[in-house]
Design a binder for this molecule. Structure first.
Ligand code: NDP
Length: 598
């Protein structure tokens, strides 16, 4: 095993190869030849007249954020709610992403919201995308959220009407809706982005982004990964992130020749998926899902509990850190459990984990050159960790070619294929597994602008980074509630935990405002400033580390500015402390920091 210093040096060399001055700007929005990449290929819009009516709560975004908000509002007695989404149905990322092999890397028992309320038992520990999409539909049906919903309807602007204390929502269907309250769960992972490789628009073969998988071209379906249409095709895929890792095994089995165009290898830990036993599931006591979610969060963020209920790769590294600290205390090696001890335990555990991950590559991939190129040289949480039991095996198939670009990426694209290291690879089909808009301005990510009091836009208000109370309320934007991890728990390993808590907070706040007969609910400038100050003065997570290889977790490796930190940090005391804090905040009935105006 390499020494810690040798590993550090190797990590630095690999990171430096990948640093680039254009950071996030290396990516481009789909335009021109690729403009249709943002279109909905799953549902044709149903013709309808524009709506101009008034509703109590407009819920923008019908993914899990919107669905849990709708459910909690209904439970709180607020019935007049309306989902609005550009997609043809609920589901958010699980509506768009139907690529073969799509599944959730977070265990279904904690990822799928409202399992107890809907009475659903997940079929497996980690569920496939079609089952997740179905669960989204189940939530909508159970809570009556299809009623009044507007699908295939993209919001084009959201504007506060001061004279009426209402939001006006304009859409691409000609609607001008009025809403007393608006919740916004527009997520960062739904607008596809493309690599800004020179010549990208000149490719004349077939091309698509993974979030709009073209089954007409490839054959197969979201539930049938046999892509018979690719049998005699030369297929290239750009990207080796979490999405690519899941679809590559299917492409490998189906394509005539598959060229995996790799810039940085992902870390691939074991998946070890298995069915859930209905008899065992029936023994769970009411309230189990909250307990499971919190158990996972405590363990994943380095806390102590007696039993690890989920037991998977996300909690593994924390388990090792804890064990090391306990062993260090017992042996007398660690006297003070402070940041130093944590840093030591973290680095040693991570080195051990990553050596195992690299050894796994070697044990599975037969060709030594390919195996070497598939080894990740960075800390596990620098990039999104991946878990798969078929991905590495795919590189043993004779039709699969790893084209490792040694951190440089695809050089150029032309009419007939791609160029890497001066060599041309002919392709019939090019698949972009190049990810989504993360870290760009609010309007570019959401796809519309939000105009608050005095005509100020959210983009202007956040020019120097996000400013909020709890990640939910923004001064100057009354009656608007935002759902997302940032400036809240910031729990990346189980996104829906952030959303379930935010939905409970928002529903309780709106219900309270209605009881008071309040026309406006708004955060005070002092409360917002104090929260932002907390974020500004205690930022810094291992995730945002510039020692890490570049990626969207660390702003593509750029030195983080205050704006970056505000846009990516959570509550400084961590996710568990945030969930406890926000639970106490909403249960107290005081709603400290908010103004309720008649
Ligand atoms: P990512 O942004 O994670 O990956 C984009 C990929 O494109 C990277 O491998 C990147 O390389 C590569 N790339 C970019 N430009 C070039 C280039 N010029 N040449 C070659 N390669 C290039 O997107 P994904 O769609 O994979 O994942 C996005 C997120 O979606 C995940 O991080 C995860 O949060 C979520 N997801 C969640 C799943 C779940 O289980 N819940 C499943 C799938 C996705 P480089 O690494 O060098 O930047």
């Amino acid at each position: 095993m390499a020494t810690a210093e040798e590993l550090r040096e190797r990590y630095r060399i690999e990171r430096d190869k990948r640093l680039r001055s254009d950071g996030n700007d290396q990516y481009v929005e789909p335009t021109g030849r690729y403009a249709h990449f943002v279109d909905d290929i799953w549902t044709a819009p149903v013709p309808r007249d524009p709506c101009t009516d008034e509703i109590e709560v407009a819920i923008i975004g019908a993914g899990f954020a919107g669905l849990v908000t709708g459910a909690r509002l209904k439970q709180a007695g607020v019935d007049d709610v309306r989902l609005i989404d550009g997609a043809g149905d609920v589901g958010g990322v699980w509506y768009w992403n139907r690529y073969p092999g799509a599944m959730c890397d977070t265990a279904a028992m904690i990822y799928l919201p409202l399992l107890e309320e809907t009475g659903h038992m997940p079929s497996q520990k980690y569920t496939m995308a079609p089952e997740i999409f179905e669960h989204a539909q189940r939530i909508a049906t159970t809570f009556g959220l299809y009623e009044h919903a507007l699908f295939s309807t993209s919001v084009t602007s959201l504007e506060w009407d001061e004279s009426a204390s209402r939001w006006i929502i304009h859409t691409d269907r000609g609607d001008a809706l009025r809403a007393r309250f608006v919740t916004m769960g527009t997520g960062p992972l739904h607008r596809p982005k493309l690599p800004g490789v020179p010549g990208i628009e000149t490719f004349e073969g077939h091309a698509f982004h993974t979030s709009r998988w073209d089954y007409d071209h490839t054959g197969g379906s979201p539930t049938d990964g046999r892509l018979v249409g690719l049998a005699d095709r030369r297929v290239g895929i750009i990207g080796t992130g979490a999405t690519a890792v899941q679809c590559i095994p299917h492409l490998a089995r189906s394509a005539g020749e598959l060229f995996v165009l790799q810039r940085t290898p992902s870390s691939i830990d074991v998946r070890n998926n298995r069915p859930i036993d209905p008899e065992w599931f029936a023994t769970l006591r009411p309230g189990w899902q909250d307990e499971w979610r919190m158990n996972f969060t405590v363990l994943q963020t380095g806390g102590f509990v007696d039993t690890d209920l989920v037991q998977d790769g996300w909690t593994d590294i924390s388990q090792r850190i804890r064990d090391r600290i306990v062993a260090g205390i017992q042996s007398g090696e660690i006297e003070d459990v402070g940041p130093e001890a944590f840093r030591y335990a973290y680095e040693a555990s991570d080195d051990e984990k990553m050596e195992e991950i690299r050894a796994r590559v070697e044990s599975i991939v037969a060709d030594p050159v390919t195996a070497e190129a598939l080894k990740p040289w960075y800390r596990q949480l620098c990039k999104r960790p991946c878990f798969h039991d078929d991905y590495l095996q795919a590189f043993n198939l004779p039709n699969v070619h790893l084209v490792d670009t040694d951190g440089r990426g695809v050089e150029r694209i032309d009419a007939t294929g791609v160029w890497v290291a001066g060599e041309h690879i002919d392709l019939d089909c090019l698949i972009f597994a190049s990810g989504f808009e993360v870290g760009t301005d609010h309007s570019r990510r959401a796809g519309f602008e939000t105009i608050g009091r005095d005509g100020q836009t959210l983009t202007e208000r956040w020019a120097d980074g996000m400013q909020s109370l709890h990640g939910i309320h923004v001064r100057g934007f009354p009656n608007l509630f935002i759902l997302g991890p940032t400036q809240g728990a910031n729990l990346i390993s189980n996104i829906t935990h952030n959303l379930v808590e935010a939905a409970a907070t928002i529903a309780t706040t709106i219900a309270h405002g209605r009881t008071l007969g309040a026309q406006e609910i708004e955060v005070t400038p002092e409360a917002e400033a104090a929260w932002v100050e907390l974020i500004d003065t205690h930022p810094g997570t291992i995730f945002g580390d510039t020692e890490c290889t570049p990626g969207y977790y660390n702003g593509e490796g750029r030195e983080a500015t205050r704006r970056d930190r505000r846009n990516s940090s959570g509550y400084p005391l961590g996710a568990v402390a945030y969930f406890e804090y926000i639970d106490a905040w909403r249960s107290s009935g005081e709603f400290a920091g908010l103004e309720f105006r008649p």
